[in-house]
Design a protein around this ligand. Structure first.
Ligand code: BG6
Length: 499
C-alpha cells in the first residue's frame, strides 16, 4: 500500500473517537496501513500534539475491538500531529499545507493525501474549496476525499454539494461513506448470490415472491434531536442505508455482460424503481412516530417528550414502503422496506420469501407448507438462515418448518469502518456510494419528502417497543403477504419445534 498522509477534519468529534481511530489502529495491528504514514488531526480544540495523542489513546482504550498494547499504541501514535483550525478561514489551510509538506519531507512520504471529512455537513463545501485554494489538492501523488453522510438534505442540495466537491476532487477520488456498505454481511451479499449457483438460479421473479428489508432499532433519538427532527427516518436511514441494502440484494448479473461493475448494476436497480408521486405516496408508504412505551421492561418516553423535540413535532421516526423494480428480472416482486427507532428489538435483516411455483400455477391448490425463506441477518448477529419444510416424526408426522443456520459472527470480525477505510486507502470504491446512486436515491425519495413536508400522508403514532404502526402490514397484505417474524418469535418457534 502507498505511503500517505491522512488528514482528518473533525478529529476531536464523536465519530473519530468511536470509529475512525479504532479502525485505523486495528488496520495498523493487522499490517494493513502503509509503513510510512502520517496523520494530521484537525479540530477546533486547542490541543497540543501530546494532548491529542492522549485523546486518541483514550479512544483506543475505550473503543478498539483489539485490546491496545501500550508499546504498539505508542508506535502507532508516533506520527500523529494536531492542528487547531477554523475551517472557514483560509489561513488555517495554508498552515496545514506547511505541516503536511514538513511531515512528507521528514518521513519521506510521497504526496499521497487522504482527506477525511468527519464534520458537520454545512462545512463540507467550505473545506473542499479551501483545500483547493490552499494548494493542498495539487499533490504529485494521489488525493482522495472520504466524506460522511448526510450527502445533502434533498435532491437540489445534494447536487449543489456535488458540484462544489467536483471542483476540487474528481468523482473517482470521492469516497462517500455509507457505513451499511461496510458491514461484513452486506459486503457478502453479492457473493452469496453470484457464487452459489443454487441461489443464482432462483434469484428472479419466477422463484421469489417478495423481499423484506428491515432495520429496526431500540434506541430513540438520543441526544441528536437538533439534527434528527429535521432529517427524520426518511433522510437518516431510508434514502441512504435502506436503498443501499435494496440495491445490494437486488443486483444481478446483467445478461451478456457479467463484468459490468457493481456500481453500474446498483444504479440500474435504482433507475428501474417505479417512481412514486407525492399525491399517491400514501398508497405505498407509511410514516410513523414513536409514542411512550416499554422496551426490554423499561418505560421509555415518546418522541415528542424527548429533549430538544417540540410537542407538535411531525418528524418521522418510522418509514415503511413498498417498492417495485420494473425490469424483466424483478417485475412483479414487491420489495418491502421498513426502518424505525424505538422498535421492539435491534435487528437489521433481509428476508427473501420464495414462491412455490406449483402452487402459483394452480390457484385452487391451498398452501399446506410454509414458504422457503432465506433470512440474512446483518445486525446484531451475522447469520444466514434457510427455512425449509421437514416432517415432524415425533408428532403426527405433519410438516413443520426446519432451519439451516450459517453464522459468521466472531469477535475477530472487522468493523465496518475498518473495511471501508482500508478500501479507500487502496483506491477501491466498490463499497462506497457513487454519485449516480446518491442522485437517483434522492430523485426517488424527493416526492416523499414533499408528501411528508405537506402532510399529504398521515403520521401514525406507534408505541415504543412495538413493530411500528399496524398499517405497515397493509402494504404486504394487499399482495397476500405479511412481515416475517423477528428474531424473538423465531426463537420461540424453534423452541417449540421437535424434530
Ligand atoms: C446512522 C443513523 O447512520 O445509522 C442513526 O444516523 C442510526 O440514526 C444508525 O442509529 C444505525 O446504524 P447501525 O449500524 O447501528 O444499524
Amino acid at each position: 500500500m502507498d505511503a500517505m498522509t491522512f488528514i482528518l477534519f473533525g478529529s476531536t468529534g464523536d465519530l473519530a473517537k468511536r470509529k475512525i481511530f479504532p479502525a485505523l489502529f486495528n488496520l495498523y495491528l493487522e499490517g494493513k496501513l502503509p509503513r510510512s504514514f502520517s496523520l494530521i488531526g484537525l479540530g477546533r480544540k486547542p490541543y497540543t500534539d501530546a494532548e491529542f495523542k492522549t485523546y486518541v489513546e483514550l479512544s483506543l482504550q475505550t473503543f478498539s475491538r483489539s485490546r491496545p498494547n501500550e508499546l504498539l499504541m505508542q508506535e502507532f501514535l508516533r506520527f500523529f500531529r494536531y492542528q487547531d483550525i477554523d475551517v472557514t478561514k483560509k489561513e488555517g489551510f495554508r498552515e496545514l499545507l506547511n505541516i503536511v509538506l514538513e511531515q512528507e519531507k521528514e518521513l519521506d512520504i510521497p504526496e499521497n493525501r487522504m482527506f477525511y471529512l468527519s464534520v458537520a455537513p454545512e462545512f463540507f463545501q467550505t473545506i473542499a474549496a479551501n483545500i483547493k485554494e490552499s494548494g493542498l489538492a495539487t499533490a504529485i501523488g494521489w488525493k482522495r476525499l472520504i466524506i460522511e453522510k448526510p450527502f445533502g438534505k434533498d435532491l437540489i442540495s445534494a447536487r449543489e454539494l456535488n458540484d462544489k466537491l467536483v471542483q476540487t476532487f474528481e468523482e473517482n477520488e470521492i469516497y462517500r461513506i455509507d457505513h451499511y456498505l461496510g458491514k461484513p454481511m452486506v459486503q457478502n451479499l453479492e457473493t452469496l448470490v453470484s457464487d452459489n449457483p443454487i441461489l443464482k438460479a432462483l434469484w428472479n421473479n419466477r422463484y421469489i415472491a417478495n423481499v423484506q428489508i428491515t432495520a429496526a432499532e431500540t434506541v430513540g433519538v438520543e441526544d441528536r434531536a437538533g439534527y434528527y427532527d429535521k432529517a427524520g427516518a426518511i433522510r437518516d436511514m431510508f434514502q441512504n442505508h435502506m436503498l443501499q441494502l435494496l440495491m445490494m440484494i437486488a443486483i444481478h448479473q446483467m445478461a451478456h455482460s457479467p463484468d459490468i461493475p457493481i456500481g453500474t448494476r446498483k444504479s440500474h436497480i435504482l433507475k428501474s424503481l417505479r417512481p412514486l408521486s407525492k399525491e399517491n405516496a400514501a398508497l405505498d408508504v407509511v410514516r410513523g412516530q414513536y409514542e411512550a412505551g416499554e422496551i426490554g421492561g423499561n418505560a421509555v418516553a415518546g418522541y415528542r417528550e424527548e429533549h430538544g423535540v417540540g410537542a407538535t413535532s411531525m418528524a418521522d421516526t418510522f418509514v415503511a414502503a413498498r417498492l417495485w423494480i420494473d425490469d424483466p428480472h424483478w417485475s412483479g416482486v414487491p420489495f418491502y422496506i421498513r426502518t424505525g427507532k424505538r422498535m421492539r428489538e435491534k435487528s437489521t435483516r433481509i428476508v427473501v420469501e420464495f414462491k412455490d411455483p406449483q402452487q402459483h400455477a394452480s390457484s385452487s391448490r391451498k398452501r399446506t407448507t410454509s414458504p422457503n425463506l432465506l433470512t440474512i441477518q446483518i445486525n446484531p448477529d451475522e447469520k444466514i438462515t434457510l427455512q425449509l419444510n421437514g416432517k415432524n416424526v415425533l408428532k403426527s408426522g405433519e410438516t413443520k418448518p426446519v432451519y439451516m443456520d450459517f453464522s459468521q459472527s466472531s469477535v475477530h470480525m472487522p468493523e465496518a469502518y475498518e473495511l471501508l477505510i482500508y478500501d479507500a486507502l487502496r483506491g477501491d470504491d466498490t463499497f462506497f456510494a457513487r454519485w449516480e446512486e446518491t442522485e437517483s436515491a434522492w430523485e426517488w425519495v424527493e416526492p416523499l419528502l414533499e408528501a411528508f413536508e405537506e402532510n399529504v400522508l398521515p403520521l401514525e403514532l406507534y408505541p415504543s417497543g412495538s413493530y411500528g404502526p399496524e398499517t405497515s402490514c397493509r402494504l404486504l397484505s394487499e399482495q397476500g403477504f405479511h412481515w416475517w417474524h423477528d428474531e424473538q418469535e423465531e426463537k420461540e418457534q424453534r423452541r417449540l419445534l421437535v424434530i
